[in-house]
Write a protein that binds this ligand. Structure first.
Ligand SMILES: [Zn+2]
Length: 348
């Protein structure tokens, strides 16, 4: 058994990808404090009160907190500081490639100009690429919560921005699964696919396997966010394997929201992996759940009995099932193999 320090030192040295990560989810408490002070100078929210924002016990409290934090962004330039947090998070976890969700709806409703936000974000992303050699691509969230018309508006924004910025590679469907069933978004997804965007959707996070089935058959997604309730339907597991549809699994997030599983030891990622489902490992919202990507790997190792070879397989999967072009995938996967061999002495 490798000790915790050895594990973290080794895993930090391995190039990794994270492909299910919400931009707001990397925000530091310090940034929340600064943004709140700027947005509400009359408010006397100190750092202890900021801690209260991170204190939630179910999915609806979490969504409330998420919306409150989004409201603290009052200027496109506020995203510069958010992407400094993003940079720190990626560096701390040895992540060299990430596909990051950014959600226009709340910001637009709060009166911000989303194009200006993206302009700032792209500037930050290109600076990170140049200085730190970390690649970030963006997936625009169309949102299940606010209906089909809002989703179509967000898609049109994504298409317009994609024509200007190569960093925009796809669209996603996050938000409330119960309020926004897949059937509402068929034409939005058809249009997105026909325009060459990659398409993903959160499903099977808070409702049953039927939501995952709909996401596959109606929306024809490239990947599924979470998908954990698939474990209750053997035919669905078989379909995920046959159709090679990867799951973006975020174990700690699922335990926090307690929809299906309340302990990591019972999380179905082990069963998915053993059955042959294409698994990737992600954090969803690292700051809110108090974790980083290396912590998620450590949990697999200590709580779900993944061997180091199996962990390597999942690290490779996160590149393999990313939206990188084939050639770049190959290069990144080789760099994982090389780093694994070069640092194997750390595991002795
Ligand atoms: Zn998510």
């Amino acid at each position: 058994m490798i000790n915790k320090d050895q594990f973290y030192t080794f895993m930090k040295a391995i190039p990794k990808a994270e492909i299910h990560l919400h931009s707001e989810g990397v925000i530091s408490k310090d940034t929340v404090f600064k943004l709140l002070q700027k947005a509400h100078p009359e408010n006397t929210c100190d750092l202890t009160c900021v801690d209260g924002y991170f204190n939630f016990s179910n999915l609806s409290e979490f969504v409330e907190m998420f919306l409150a934090i989004q409201k603290a962004f009052i200027n496109p330039s506020d995203f510069d500081i958010l992407f400094e947090d993003m940079r720190n998070y990626l560096i701390d976890n040895g992540i060299v490639y990430s596909e990051v969700f950014i959600s226009p709806t709340s910001f637009i409703r709060n009166g911000l100009d989303f194009e200006k936000i993206i302009e700032r974000v792209i500037k930050s992303i290109r600076k990170i690429k140049k200085n730190d050699h970390i690649t970030i691509k963006l997936i625009i969230d169309m949102s299940r919560t606010f209906g089909a018309e809002n989703a179509m508006n967000n898609l049109n924004i994504a298409l317009e921005l994609k024509s200007r910025y190569s960093e925009i590679i796809g669209v996603g469907l996050g938000g409330d699964e119960a309020k926004g069933p897949a059937s509402k978004f068929v034409s939005v997804f058809e249009k997105a696919r026909s325009e060459g965007l990659k398409v993903v959707a959160h499903a099977g996070e808070s409702i049953g396997p039927e939501s995952v089935w709909d996401t596959i058959s109606l929306l024809k997604v490239d990947r599924i966010g979470h998908g954990i309730s698939s474990v209750f339907d053997k035919n669905l597991i078989q379909t995920l394997i046959t159709k090679k549809i990867p799951l973006e699994v975020c174990p700690t997030s699922n335990i926090f929201t307690k929809h299906y599983f309340s302990a990591l030891e019972n999380h179905p990622i082990r069963e998915f992996f053993d059955s042959g489902v294409a698994i990737t490992l992600n954090t969803d919202d690292p700051t809110f759940f108090g974790i980083g990507l290396i912590d998620e790997y450590y949990n697999l190792y200590t709580k779900l009995h993944f061997s180091m070879d199996e962990i390597k397989q999942i690290v490779l999967n996160s590149f393999k099932y990313s939206f990188l072009p084939a050639k770049q995938k190959e290069i990144m996967m080789k760099s994982v193999e090389d780093a694994w061999s070069a640092h194997s002495g750390l595991l002795q």
